[in-house]
Ligand binder design. Structure first.
Ligand SMILES: Nc1ncnc2c1ncn2[C@@H]1O[C@H](COP(=O)(O)OP(=O)(O)OP(=O)(O)O)[C@@H](O)[C@H]1O
Ligand SMILES: [Mg+2]
Length: 342
């Protein structure tokens, strides 16, 4: 039986090296062209998107990453026709989201970031109403399959307000898929969702992707993005700051990390090069010389370390490096003076 894990899903979405440029003429699943969005309010203007341009090919599993407020949901709102771009054009399978809204919207299944639902309907009624909205009749077989795949079969008759937060999110996913849209957009679908459902959800979405559905995903769980997405765009303050295949982003950036645990503060000269999460510190290193330099600095400062290891950088390291690039000048470990105090 085919029960893909996240790792399997990543393999399944791996595309040939020349892809997607070897498919000239094929209509992109999603096309963003020079998209800008300025929110105007009583307190002034906010530039949420600035000249965003990229295409997502049919069949891709594409990740849109960025810190809070980067513009991910705004871009999805423009795609969904919920917000109007200030400049630029967006199309779904060739349908302009403004001039050809009905066709564009019908091609999309959108799982919104915010939990919005009508508390008076049952889960099944909610899905039937959504089917009706898209003009899909006699949809119960597919609704049953969705409920089963998302672990909701025993909640079909439950009222929406009786569901837990994670279950409501599952219903939002089912709701987005009732009309079998070719393009599936998930805006942080796993926020607040337990480990088991995350696995179930990814198996299901990976299966849909294998069957030809295009997937656009935003998530703050970068290990999910690394495992699932063949290609990624990173947004920062409304601009695309990285756009590449996941494997290329991982290969081309921070390569190796020195990781260790410590209860002590890091020496000041190491701090700008380190990422500290609780007791765990990670320092980017390029070669053996840099490992020695970092250890010398720690030793000279009398910092005791445990569980020292050298590992490959992951997407989180790459993401942080790209996001911080504009904020601080590059620095080399080899230039560090172990005896320096600041
Ligand atoms: N309706 C709105 N009116 C005014 N400003 C808005 C509106 N919606 C979003 N913004 C602003 O636009 C910027 C981008 O917000 P957006 O929700 O797109 O970010 P995001 O990348 O989805 O963030 P998160 O990871 O927190 O979901 C933010 O500065 C936000 O405050
Ligand atoms: Mg968002």
């Amino acid at each position: 039986m085919l029960t893909p894990t996240i790792t399997d899903a990543a393999e399944l979405t791996t595309m040939p090296a020349s892809w997607p440029s070897d498919a000239p003429g094929e209509t992109p699943a999603i096309s963003f062209r020079g998209v800008g969005k300025t929110y105007r309010g009583s307190r002034g203007e906010l530039r949420a998107l600035d000249n965003v341009s990229f295409d997502i090919a049919q069949g891709e599993f594409f990740g849109l990453l960025g810190p809070n407020g980067a513009g991910k949901t705004t871009l999805i709102s423009v795609l969904a026709g919920l917000a109007r771009a200030t400049e630029g054009r967006v199309s779904v399978l060739g349908h302009d989201v403004v001039n050809d809204y009905a066709s564009a919207r019908r091609s999309l299944g959108i799982v919104p970031q915010e939990l919005v639902f009508d508390p008076f309907f049952s889960v099944r009624e909610t899905l039937r109403i959504q089917s009706g909205y898209f003009g899909v009749k006699n949809n119960d077989a597919w609704i049953d399959e969705l409920l089963h795949s998302l672990g909701l079969s025993d909640k079909a008759g439950a009222n929406m307000r009786q569901l837990s937060g994670g279950m409501k999110r599952r219903v939002l996913v089912a709701q987005a898929l009732v009309h079998r849209p070719p393009v599936i957009v998930l805006d942080e679908p796993t926020a607040g969702v337990d480990v088991e459902l995350r696995q179930t959800l990814w198996q299901f979405i990976a299966k849909l992707n294998r069957e030809g559905h295009t997937v656009l995903l935003t998530t703050h769980y970068l290990e999910e993005a690394e495992a699932l997405c063949g290609r990624l765009a990173m947004l920062k303050q409304g601009r695309v700051v990285a756009l590449d295949r996941t494997s290329a982003l991982l290969a081309g950036r921070a390569s190796t990390m020195l990781r260790f645990k410590t209860d002590q503060a890091l020496p000041p000269q190491l701090l700008p090069l380190a990422r500290v999460t609780g007791r765990v510190a990670q320092v980017k290193v390029q070669n053996a010389g840099e490992v020695e330099a970092a250890l010398a600095v720690l030793r000279a400062a009398g910092v005791k370390v445990e569980d020292l290891e050298i590992g490959r950088a992951d997407l989180e390291d790459v993401f942080l490096e790209i996001m911080q690039q504009a904020d601080r000048p590059p620095s080399s470990l080899l230039s560090l003076d172990p005896e320096a105090t600041a």
